[in-house]
Design a protein around this ligand. Structure first.
Ligand code: SAH
Length: 500
C-alpha cells in the first residue's frame, strides 16, 4: 500500500507561524523528514511513535544529497506511511520542494503541498519591512544569493535596474559581491538595505545600511546565516512598522526552571512578550502508581464531605484515576470542593466542576483559615496531594475533623542536561533566572553542581515569593526581584516593570 506525502512549509522560524493544515499534517505523520532550520517545538507536536529523519544541510556541508532525500521520502511512502517533509518557509521557495514533488509524481506516490509563510515576506514583516508599499515599491523579486557557478546566470544589469524590492535568500556569504555587482551595474549606492538574521525568532537581529556600507556593517555586527538581504526603499518603513523588536521583553533571556508539566503557560506568556526563553525543568512530577489508597477513597467517596485539591497536578492525577475507575465528575456530586489558587480552580473547571471556595492568597494558611470557620467535627476531608507537602494543612484541619491525606504524586529532581545550559549561557551578558518554589532553586543547584554558583552570580534572580527568596538567600545569593503576587504573572509583572 502506498502512503501519502505532505510537503509542508513550516514558516519562517517562530513555530506559531505554521499554517493550521501544516500543523494537522505534523500531528498525523508517521514519519517527519526535516531540515536544519525547523523549529524543534513543531516536532514536539507529532504523535507518540512518530519517526524523525534529519536531512538538514548546512550550506556547503551537505549531510544528505537531494537525490538521497528524494529517495528517503519515496521509500517511507512506499511503506504505506503518512510522510511529512517539513521544510523551512514555503516548500517551493528555494526549498527544492518542486524536485521532491516531481520525484514522487513520477513514481505515482500521492502527495500534497502545504504552502508556508516564506521568510522572504514573513521574515521581513517581523523586521518591520513590508515587501511592497504603494509609495515605495510596486513589485518584489526574490533571488538566490547562493551564487557559486550560478554567478554568471544572474543578470546584474537587469537586477540593478529594478525599481521594486529585491530580496536575496541564502546570500549572506556573498553580500560583498551582491552589493558590488548592483552598484557597478548602476544601482544607487545609497539604496537602503537591511539584513535580517534569524527572522521571527526572539533573538532576531537586524542591521540597516545602504548598498555601499552594508557589507562592512554586517561584518561589524557579526551577522550570520540564516539571513535575508532586503534592498529597496521599503527598508525605511522599519522605523514605524517594527512591532516585533518593540515587544516589551524583546532581547531579554529568561531561564524557566519549573516542572516540565507546568512550564508551558509561563513560557508561552514570556514568548508573547518577545522574550527568549530557555526551559530547564528542575522538577519532574511522578504519579504514584499503583495507588490502592486513592482507588479506595474514590470507590468510597460518599464517606467524605470535603475534597481539597491543592495543585493543578493534583487535580489532573485525581481525575485521571476517577475516570480510569469508570466514573465521571458526577461521582463528586455530594461533596464540597475546595482548591488553592486560581490555576487549580481553572484545572478543576476543565473537568466540569466549579470549586465551592478558592482562597484569595495561594497558600495553605488561607485555606485553613477559611475551613476552620465551616468545618464541624462531623466532617471528613479527602486531601489527595504531593508526597512532600507541608504538614501544616493536615495538622490544623485534624484538630477539627477527620482528614485523609493521600499521597498521589512525587516531585523529583529534573534530569535536564546541565552542560547545555552552561553552553547556552556562555556568551550571555545578561539573563534572568526564575524560581517558582524552594525546590526549583535547590534542584537547580544540585543539577548544575559546580557550575551553579557562577550562573547564579551572573544572572538576575527572580523569586515567586518570600518562602522561595529565603531559600535563595540562605544559599548565599541575592534576590534581584520578588513577585508581589505569588504567581507566574507576578514574576512577569516584575520583568515588565523593569523595562518600563
Ligand atoms: N523555503 C524557505 C527558503 C529556503 S532557502 C523560505 O520560504 O523561507 C534558505 C534561506 O532562507 C536562508 O539562507 C535564509 O536566507 C532564508 N531564511 C530562512 N529562514 C530564515 C530566518 N528565520 N531568518 C532569516 N533568513 C531565513
Amino acid at each position: 500500500m502506498k502512503g501519502k506525502v505532505y510537503l509542508v512549509g513550516a514558516g519562517p522560524g517562530d513555530d506559531s507561524l505554521i499554517t493550521l493544515k501544516g500543523l494537522k499534517c505534523i500531528k498525523k505523520a508517521d514519519v517527519i523528514i526535516y531540515d536544519r532550520l525547523i523549529n524543534n517545538n513543531l516536532l514536539k507536536e507529532s504523535k507518540k511513535n512518530c519517526k524523525f529523519i534529519y536531512v538538514g544541510k548546512k550550506s556547503k556541508k551537505h549531510i544528505k544529497t537531494q537525490d538521497e532525500i528524494n529517495e528517503i521520502i519515496y521509500r517511507e511512502a512506499l511503506e504505506g506511511k503518512i510522510v511529512v517533509r517539513l521544510k523551512g518557509g514555503d516548500p517551493y521557495v528555494f526549498g527544492r520542494g518542486g524536485e521532491e514533488g516531481e520525484y514522487l509524481a513520477k513514481r505515482n506516490i500521492p502527495f500534497e503541498i502545504v504552502p508556508g509563510v516564506t521568510s522572504a515576506i514573513g521574515g521581513l514583516a517581523y523586521a518591520g519591512i513590508p515587501i511592497t508599499h504603494r509609495n515605495y515599491a510596486s513589485s518584489f523579486h526574490v533571488i538566490t544569493g547562493h551564487l557559486k557557478d550560478e554567478n554568471d546566470k544572474l543578470n546584474w544589469e537587469v537586477l540593478a535596474s529594478l525599481d521594486g524590492t529585491i530580496v536575496f535568500l541564502m546570500g549572506i556569504s556573498n553580500l560583498e559581491n551582491i552589493s558590488k555587482n548592483l552598484i557597478e551595474n548602476g544601482k544607487d549606492k545609497n539604496t537602503p538595505v537591511a539584513i535580517v538574521s534569524w527572522a521571527t525568532m526572539p533573538y532576531q537581529k537586524v542591521v540597516e545600511g545602504n548598498l555601499s556600507n552594508i557589507y562592512e556593517k554586517a561584518m561589524k555586527y557579526n551577522i550570520v546565516p540564516p539571513s535575508i538581504i532586503v534592498i529597496g526603499n521599503v527598508v525605511k518603513l522599519r522605523k514605524n512598522l517594527n512591532f516585533f523588536e518593540r515587544k516589551i521583553l524583546f532581547g531579554e533571556t529568561i531561564i524557566v526552571t519549573r516542572a516540565r508539566e507546568q512550564k508551558k503557560e509561563f513560557v508561552d506568556k514570556l514568548r508573547e512578550f518577545g522574550a527568549t526563553t530557555y526551559e530547564f525543568p528542575t522538577i519532574k512530577i511522578d504519579e504514584i502508581t499503583p495507588n490502592i489508597e486513592l482507588e479506595n477513597a474514590i470507590e468510597n467517596i460518599e464517606q467524605y464531605t470535603y475534597l481539597l485539591l491543592t495543585s493543578v497536578n493534583g487535580v489532573n492525577i485525581f481525575f485521571k484515576k476517577l475516570f480510569s475507575l469508570g466514573y465521571d465528575s458526577r461521582k463528586l456530586g455530594g461533596l464540597k470542593i475546595g482548591v488553592i489558587g486560581s490555576k487549580t480552580a481553572k484545572a478543576m473547571e476543565r473537568y466540569g466542576i466549579k470549586p465551592d471556595f478558592i482562597p484569595k492568597e495561594y497558600v495553605s494558611e488561607f485555606l485553613t483559615k477559611y475551613l476552620k470557620n465551616v468545618l464541624t467535627t462531623k466532617d471528613k476531608v479527602l486531601l489527595p496531594r504531593a508526597k512532600n507537602s507541608r504538614s501544616y494543612l493536615v495538622e490544623e484541619l485534624s484538630k477539627i475533623c477527620d482528614v485523609d491525606e493521600i499521597k498521589i504524586y512525587n516531585t523529583v529532581k529534573g534530569t535536564d542536561k546541565a552542560e547545555e545550559l552552561v553552553d547556552f549561557l556562555k556568551d550571555k551578558k545578561e539573563f534572568y533566572l526564575t524560581f517558582t518554589s524552594p525546590s526549583t532553586f535547590n534542584n537547580f543547584v544540585e543539577i548544575l553542581g559546580d557550575n551553579s554558583q557562577n550562573i547564579l552570580k551572573r544572572g538576575k534572580i527572580l523569586s515567586i515569593g518570600p518562602v522561595t527568596s529565603k531559600v535563595i538567600r540562605e544559599g548565599g545569593h541575592e534576590v534581584y526581584g520578588e513577585a508581589r503576587k505569588h504567581t507566574i504573572e507576578g514574576i512577569i509583572d516584575l520583568l515588565i516593570k523593569e523595562r518600563r
